[in-house]
Design a protein around this ligand. Structure first.
Ligand SMILES: [Ca+2]
Ligand SMILES: [Ca+2]
Length: 475
């Protein structure tokens, strides 16, 4: 007997905020323990060379959900909301498109940056649960951004926000499975985004005495163009020097790993619930993160860069029509998820989308794929990643080139001295052809110039950058 839903599969869409490759199956940190996500990767295709299109929350998610590049829409920064500006106001999101085709689309947790988009969902479940400590737990970071904190908390897992999100979704799945309509359930976890708090159980997995820190070299930033140094300053994050001197580096690494293990357990709750439901056989699972996260690599912290630790994201697909237990090393982007899901659900193709369906790779991960992945940070600062190289070109024409075959850490900028590197010049010129022709002006009210980014009482990125630059000069 053919089940109706084999024609239109359900979608379980799992977002994890600020998650880099520190997962067992991604081997980004040798001590990472994430058995549930590892198991999911065994059931489907793990993309080992997937990248975000913008290295911060809002523009990365907007690009993914609208299927358009930041350089097309002008959405480069943390604000404004895409519904408030002309280029994107009337765009139909991924979720909306599924609704239009008869899906019941439901969500809870962080999917959109900020408020969930009303037009995208049939149901938006309110977020509950503990997320913030009233005072900073770790160390002496009193003067820094209020979100920057980490530590072990006594709050039981069941009382925490991400747990309650997972518990709700796990209860919802069997009900959705019984509905007439196919479902699209979007579940968004807030960890390991700062503040990074979890309970003792997760910290105990990573004893400080044996904890391994990422590799760095002290001269790493010397071969960077000035604009690259400035752009990646990240005024809201602590300085790496400070992290080392204060002894907090290890604590932050420990907290991040602990958070990943906690979220992994919650992903396991969802997978188990789906497995036990009547939708187990006809649901596509997609797990992704909006960008990576530096924990000292390249002597810096967090996102806001065009380097591998920021642009590379976990991306796993599993479900009907998808081969099991395969790694795909083709360079793909989050922007490809929208057309892929339309393709997998047999919905009409949207010709206005700028990504490409990954369905051929989900059927055969070795399928030929020429296109490098593109990430953009602010107008006309781009980075391209193919199966071997990373090529970055900034608004002032400065460039970087890294060879991942010999330099996985991106320590050696091969075109720091452009005049003497003919061979690398050729590689750079070949990759350059993939840069977008259109570089839209930032949309009106773009936060990241001079508007307050993080709410009342905090300084704007523009002001923070000025202060950061002044501080650097005085050092
Ligand atoms: Ca994020
Ligand atoms: Ca370097």
């Amino acid at each position: 007997m053919v089940h109706a839903k084999t024609i239109q599969p359900n979608v379980l869409f799992i977002s994890i905020d600020d998650l880099n490759d520190w997962l067992g199956c991604y081997e980004g940190h040798p001590q990472a323990r994430t058995p549930n996500i590892d198991l999911l990767s065994k059931q489907g295709v793990l993309f080992s060379n997937a990248h975000c299109q913008a290295p911060i929350c809002n523009p990365s998610r907007v690009s993914m959900f609208l299927g358009k590049l930041p350089s097309t829409t002008g959405m480069y920064f943390l604000g404004p909301n895409f519904r408030t500006v002309d280029p994107t106001r009337n765009d139909r999101t991924l979720f909306q498109t599924f609704r239009e085709h008869g899906y019941y689309v439901s969500t809870r947790g962080k999917i959109f940056h900020g408020k969930a988009d009303q037009a995208s969902f049939d149901h938006i479940e309110k977020v509950t649960g503990w997320r913030r400590s009233p005072e900073k737990l770790s160390y002496t970071l009193k003067d820094t951004h209020p979100l920057w904190d980490w530590g072990q908390v006594d709050v039981p897992d069941e009382q925490q926000r991400d747990y309650q999100t997972a518990a709700w979704a796990a209860e919802e799945l069997p009900k959705l499975a019984e509905c007439e309509k196919p479902f699209f359930l979007a579940v968004g976890f807030s960890l390991p985004h700062v503040p990074i708090y979890t309970s003792k159980r997760w910290f105990d997995l990573y004893p400080l005495e044996t904890l391994q820190l990422p590799e760095t070299i002290s001269v790493d930033r010397e071969d960077l163009p000035e604009i690259s140094k400035k752009l990646t300053l990240n005024p809201t994050a602590p300085r790496h020097d400070w992290m080392v001197e204060s002894g907090e580096w290890k604590h932050a690494v420990q907290a991040y790993l602990a958070a990943n293990s906690f979220v992994d357990e919650l992903v396991g709750m969802l997978l188990e619930s789906l497995e036990n439901s009547s939708a187990a056989e006809d649901t596509i699972i997609v797990l992704w993160s909006d960008h990576g996260f530096h924990l000292g690599e390249k002597l810096r912290w967090a996102k806001r860069s065009l380097w591998e630790e920021t642009t590379r994201v976990p991306l796993i697909f599993a479900g009907p029509g998808i081969v099991a237990d395969q790694n795909c090393s083709r360079s793909v982007g989050l922007i490809d998820v929208f057309p892929t899901l339309l393709d997998l659900a047999h919905l009409p193709k949207r010709t206005d989308l700028e990504g490409q369906s990954l369905k051929p790779l989900l059927e055969n991960p070795k399928t030929k794929w020429n296109r490098p992945a593109l990430c953009t940070f602010g107008p006309n600062n781009h980075s391209l990643r193919d199966n071997r190289y990373r090529y970055s070109r900034y608004a002032d024409g400065s460039e970087e080139l890294y060879d991942h075959q010999n330099d996985a850490n991106e320590w050696n900028n091969l075109i720091a001295d452009q005049a003497t590197n003919g061979k690398y010049r050729q590689i750079a010129d070949r990759m350059k052809q993939w840069l977008p022709n259109n570089n839209a002006e930032p949309v009106l009210g773009s936060a990241g110039s001079d508007s307050p980014l993080y709410g009342e009482g905090t300084i704007s990125l523009g002001e923070a950058m000025k202060r950061g630059a002044a501080k650097q000069k005085s050092e």
